[in-house]
Design a binder for this molecule. Sequence first.
Ligand SMILES: *[C@@H]1O[C@H](CO)[C@@H](O)[C@H](O)[C@H]1NC(C)=O
Length: 167
Amino acid sequence: MHFTHVLLGLVASASAIDVYFHNSGDCSGAASVCTGINPNVCCTGNSPTVAYRGIPTNWHINAQGFSNGGCGSPKWLADVNGQNWVCMTVNSRPNYTGSYYWFVSRKRAEDTSCTESVKPDTLVLADGVTKYDIVGLDDAKVDELLAIAGTGVGPEAMPQELHARRK
Ligand SMILES: *[C@@H]1O[C@H](CO)[C@@H](O)[C@H](O)[C@H]1NC(C)=O
């Protein structure tokens, strides 16, 4: 048994999942993103749809979306087994305000709890490729930037102050 390899593989790919709070009704367009989020960590945001991208296809996870502030009230549960992404769509509940995932296990009790909460570290424009580091910006500033990005503009329309934060 190459147990060490399995473990290393898990650790390496554990940093792969990105959670996108999309400013649209269909998991497209601009988003605030928690990059490389670990299991059982709540990524917070405020948007109509949430996408998980970069999920290792050999993983079986449950991803839960919440409304009513952070990981407050369950809104959507996605069972992901073999897909590299999933879109949590609009339903009758208010915007998504948080989301986390956990590993589904048949062998042991599942840890479906959320241990901590983190804010998105990245802003992605509607082109899907222009990314900015938003770590340390206050919430009002992030909301303002998201509102601009949400109109679908390119990098030239973003405030000058953001240019130095381009990834
Ligand atoms: C829901 O999300 C959209 C897009 O991020 C935002 O414009 C809107 O204000 C949010 N609605 C509420 C009630 O917060």
